[in-house]
Ligand binder design. Structure first.
Ligand SMILES: *Cc1c(COP(=O)(O)O)cnc(C)c1O
Length: 355
């Protein structure tokens, strides 16, 4: 099978797959509580929070939709939009019947703190949605800058999607004052898809308790109630929780700081290759993702043909998301990739481009 270098799902290790093959256990059993409770300390450390980390058997969108349904009541939600995923969060907010306000920036640009301040100054907002690392454009917004602005709006909850940046760079939830931090399994964590992880601040939980129409499956109050007994509201994907336990072993064996450094090194190797090829970056300097590179196709490369050649050589790359198809291509350096595996990919792409 060719190896995945698309920005999600990413390549899953044999070790992770093997962890999923452990025998099933009852989700109300002591064995499950031990599994769930056992991973909490490391999850909290990774999230940078003292709050419990909750596990949702859904893709990230379940919790993205759930965050809006739990934290936005009669007030408005400001959706920061700078690419495919963040743009869609606005649509989802409207589909949930919420009073959604779009803060749209051009694809390829980051969302800036002052833009959020200007939008929130109108008043009446319950929450802001932000995608930290917009996977479709390879743009990473500055979470420190944005969370500093949010401190001036203490009644507004900050919901942050870190699906493609979690454990790639430090995102200390409590220190940054993030109210909901969420991520998914199949990108930065290099697990199979199907699990979403999130933590909610006290402010978020207090808000949720007052909001009507939270539903059941993604009700934060329901999650917290079960969490108190090391359980989930409904039957979770126990196999994926085994995979998560195994992944946490990997992360803490390597060391969190070393994991961050490895991603930075992987990313720098791709950047060097982009420059050497005379290609351009889609994102401006200072806002480029550390987990993937979105390359602007300034040389008129036949991206489709490049993708096909790469696949023949055993690598699957992404030919651009949605309206950026062919105008960009993306190379992921997330998950278990190392400088050596990134060089393998890039050497192969050199050969593809020369042939
Ligand atoms: C992939 C992605 C999502 C959506 O994840 P699903 O697992 O498909 O629900 C959301 N946000 C970002 C930043 C992503 O990269």
């Amino acid at each position: 099978m060719p190896k995945l270098f698309i920005p999600g799902p990413v390549q899953v290790s044999e070790k992770t797959f093997r962890a999923m093959c452990r025998p099933m256990i009852g989700h109300r059993s002591g064995d499950f509580k031990k599994l769930y409770g056992g991973i909490q300390p490391r999850l909290k450390e990774l999230f940078g929070t003292t709050q419990p980390v909750m596990l949702s058997t859904s893709s990230a969108w379940g919790v993205m939709e759930g965050s809006v349904r739990n934290l936005v009541g009669s007030g408005k939600v400001l959706n920061c939009m700078c690419g495919a995923f963040s743009d869609k969060w606005f649509d989802v907010s409207k589909k949930c019947g919420k009073d959604a306000v779009a803060l749209q920036v051009e694809w390829g640009q980051p969302v800036r703190g002052e833009q959020i301040r200007a939008a929130l100054s109108a008043g009446g907002f319950d929450a802001v949605t932000l995608i930290h690392n917009e996977t479709s454009t390879g743009v990473m917004s500055n979470i420190e800058e944005i969370s500093a602005v949010m401190r001036d709006f203490p009644d507004v909850c900050l919901i942050v999607d870190t699906v493609s940046s979690f454990s790639v760079v430090p995102i200390p939830m409590d220190a940054l004052g993030i109210d909901v931090l969420l991520t998914g399994s199949q990108k930065a964590l290099a697990m199979p898809p199907g699990l979403a992880l999130f933590a909610a601040s006290k402010k978020a939980m207090d808000r949720a308790a007052t909001v009507k129409g939270r539903g059941y499956y993604f009700d934060f109050v329901e999650f917290a109630k079960n969490q108190a007994e090391d359980m989930t509201p409904s039957t979770p994907s126990i196999s994926l929780i085994y995979a998560l336990e195994s992944k946490l072993d990997d992360i803490f064996t390597e060391g969190v700081a070393k994991r961050h450094a490895r991603h930075a090194e992987n990313n720098a190797i791709v950047h060097e290759w982009v420059r050497k090829q005379g290609l351009d970056f889609f994102a401006p300097e200072g806002f480029r993702s550390m987990s993937l590179t979105c390359i602007a196709n300034n040389k008129g490369i036949d991206v489709d043909a490049l993708g096909k050649k790469a696949k023949e050589r055993g690598f699957i790359i992404d030919g651009g998301y949605g309206k950026l198809k062919g105008k960009t291509f993306r190379l992921s350096n997330m998950g278990d990739e190392t400088p050596a595996t990134m060089r393998e990919l890039l050497t192969s792409l050199d050969a593809c481009l020369a042939s």
